[in-house]
Write a protein that binds this ligand. Sequence first.
Ligand code: GLC
Length: 815
Amino acid sequence: MKEQTFASETVVSGWKPAGPGAVRLDLGRGAACEVSIARDGAVRLRAAAGGTLPLDPSDAIGREAWRPSSAEPYTGDGGCVLMRFEGPEGQAAVEIGGDPLEIRVRERDGSPLATLSGLAFSPCGAARIALETVSGERFFGFGEKCGGLDKRGRILRMRSQDANLRTGSDPLYASIPFFLALRDEGGRSRALGLLLDAFAPSRFDVAKSDEDRVWMETTAGGLDVTLFPGPRPADVVRRFTARVGRTPLPPRWALGHHQSRYSYRSEREVRRIARQIRRRGIPTDVIHLDIDYMHGGRVFTWNARRFPNPSRLLRDLAADGFRVVTIVDPGVKVDRDYAVFRDGRARDVFCRNADGSPYTLLVWPKTSMLPDFNRPEVRAWWGEQHAPLLDAGVSGIWNDMNEPAGWQRELRIGRLVVPLEAQDMSRVVQADPVAADQRVPHESVRNLYALQECRATREFLEAAQPERRAFVLSRSGHAGIQRHAALWTGDNASRWPHLRESLPMLLNLSLSGVAFCGADIGGFAWSCSPELYARWIQIGALYPFARTHCMLFARRQEPWSFGRRVEAIAKAALELRMRLMPYLESLFRESEATGAPVWRPLFYEFPDDPAAPNVEDQVMVGPALLAAPVVERGARERDVYLPAGTWTSFASGARFAGPVTIRVAAPLESMPLFVRGGTVLPTRTPVRHAGETPAEPLVLEVFPGADADTLLVEDDGESTDYRRGVVARTPIRLFHRAGNRLRLELGARVGSFPVPARTLRVVVRGSPPPRAVLLDARPIPERETPPGFATRDGSVHILVEDDGRAHAIEVDPAP
Ligand code: GLC
C-alpha cells in the first residue's frame, strides 16, 4: 500500500434525516456522509469524497440486509446532531459534533463508548478515520495475523496474498478488517467491535504512531465503518456475525480428523494410507487430494494414469468410512485442448486487463487464467464445473490459492516449483461486486476474491445436494467467509514458533467470525520432528478444524511416521476428539445460532478477569474446556492459569479452585486439559469415523462445582433436516443440593429425530464412592448394568436405560 496524502479533517456544514435510523451530513467539497443506527444498536458511518456514498454491499455478497432502527436525528445542545435508539436487541445514542466531524457513541447513562474522528480523504480515493482509545485498552481480532493475541502497537495490513512461509509476515492470506477492543472500567470490562467494511486493501495503525487512536485507512471505495457494542466480547461477536454471517453447521464427518499431504499421488498410495489408518485404528474421517490428482493441474480433471477409476476408489473408501476432499484452485490452465478452459473462454468468464486483453499468470498448471467471481453468471458456471467431482463421490472442496496467488516467473526443479515474482494484477479489472454492470480495478475488490469463489462453490454444492451439509475449505477470505467455508491458515512450517503462534492466530480468527478454523497440524513446510508432531497433534486434535497436512518432499506426516510412541500419542489425541464429538457439535450448533466461536480466548469467557487477556498460550474450547498445550521443545511441565471457579483435571480428576496459577506435569503423553466446574459434558465412546456407531453413543460427564443448565441437541449429523427441526432436544440441569447432594435432571426428550434405544452413562468425575445413588428418588444397586452405579478411577459411573422420558439422578453425597 502506498503512503497517502490526506486533505484536512472534514467539517459538517449541515444535515438532514436520511430515512429510518439515519442522518445525512453535509461535509462540503462534495463529500457525502451518513451515520445510521441498526436495530441491534450497531452504529455505522459511511463516507466518500465524491457525492455518492459507498453502496451497501449486503445484497451483492449475499449478506443479510442492514436492519435500520427507527431513530430520528435532532439538534442537541451546542448545535450537535443527536440520534438515539432503544429496542429489545440493543440501544445506541449517537452525538455528532461538526467542527471537525466527531461521532461520539454513548451508553444509556451518557458515559462514552466510542469516538470516531479524523475523517479525511486523499485525492486518489483513499479515506481514513480514527477510533479513540484509552491507555490499557487492548485490541483483538483482525482475522488471520502473526504475533501475539493483543495487537496494540502494531501496524496491520489487509491485502490478501500468498504469504510465502515467512514468520511475522503481514499481510497474510485472509483479510478480515474487524477488531474487538477490550477496556477495563474499574474492574469491569467493556468490549466494542469495529468492522472496516472494505474490499480494497486497508491498513490499521493500532495505537502505534498515536497512542490515543487506532487509525484505519482504505485505499478505495470510501469508508464504511460499523461499531458493534458489547458490553461482553460475546455480545460484540454476536452482533458482528449477525451482520457478516455465521458458520453453517458442518457435517459431522468434517469435524473428524482430516489426513492430507501434498500430495497423495496415486490411487495406490491413497488406498495404502486408508488401509494403514484403519489397521492402526487412528480415528480419521477425511483424506484430502492435493493438486497431483489432477491431469497436469487442470482443475476438474483426474490424472487418468494415476487415478484410473476415481468413482470406484471413492466408493471403496466410503465403504471404509472415508470421505474425500479434493483441492480446486481458481487458476484455469490455458490449454486449447482442455474443455473447462475452452468453455470458460467462450463464455468470457476470465479476468481481463483494463485494455481488454486477456490476463494470464503462472500457477501450478503453468499459464492460467482467473475467473471473475464477482459476476453471478461466472459463479454459476464455476459451480457447475464441480458436477463431475460430485458424481465421482467427492464430499467436499478445498479452495486454495484464492488470494488469488500466482507469479510471473518460475523455476521448476522436477516437481518443485519456485515462484520468482509475485503476479502483477495492477492492470486487471473485475466486475464491481456491488454495481455489477460496472468494472473496477481488481485491486479495489481484491480481498473479496476468495469469498466470492467459495460462495460459488458452496452455492453449487448446496443446490446439487440440498439434503447434505456442504463442506468447503478456503485459504483466503474476507469478513463473512465463514458463511461459505472453513479456513486454514495456509503454509506454516514444522517449527515450534509456528505451533505456538497457531494459538493466538486461531483465537483472533475465531473472534473475527471464523469459527471453523485450523492450522496444518505438524506444519506444512520442512520436516517435523517426532516431539513437535506429538505436541502439535495434542492441541491440533482440538482445533475447530483438524487437518494434518505437509509439503512435498517433507518427512511424511501420517501419525505413524514418527514411531510407536508418537503414534500412540496421536491416536489418543484423535480419540479424545472423537469422544468429545457431541460437545464439539454443540459448539458448532451454538456458533450457527449466535456466532459464538468454538475456540475462545480466556477473556471471552472471563471478561472481568484482569489476568485473562494476557493469556495467549491457553484456549477455551467452548465454555467448558481449558486446554494448556505444551508448545516448547523439551518442556515436560508448564504453568496453567485457571480463572475463578472450580476446575477438574480431565486426566486425573484433581480439583482446583481458581483464580490460581498452577504448575502441572506434562509428560510427552499428556496435554494439560481442565474442565470448568458446573459442566455436563456430552461425550461418547470414540469411534474411528463419523459413520460408525459408538458402543456408548451418549455419555454425560459431570464436573461439579456450579449449577448448570444446558440443552442437548441430537440429529443425524449429516443432512440438512435439522434446519426443518428434525432434531431431538433434551434439557439437562445440574443442581448442588443441600446435604451435599448432586442432582442431575434429564428432561423428557422432544423433537422428531428418532434416537435409538440406548444405555446412558453418567460419569461424575473426580468423585469418591458415594453413600447412595438414586434414580427417580429410588436407590439403585452398585453394579455395572442399568440401572446401577460403580465407582472407579475416581469417578462414579451411573448406567440408566435412556427411554427418552424425564429422569432425575442423585448422588449422595456429592464429590
Ligand atoms: C499451497 C497450499 C498448500 C498446498 C500447495 C499445493 O501452498 O497452501 O496447502 O499443499 O499449495 O497445492
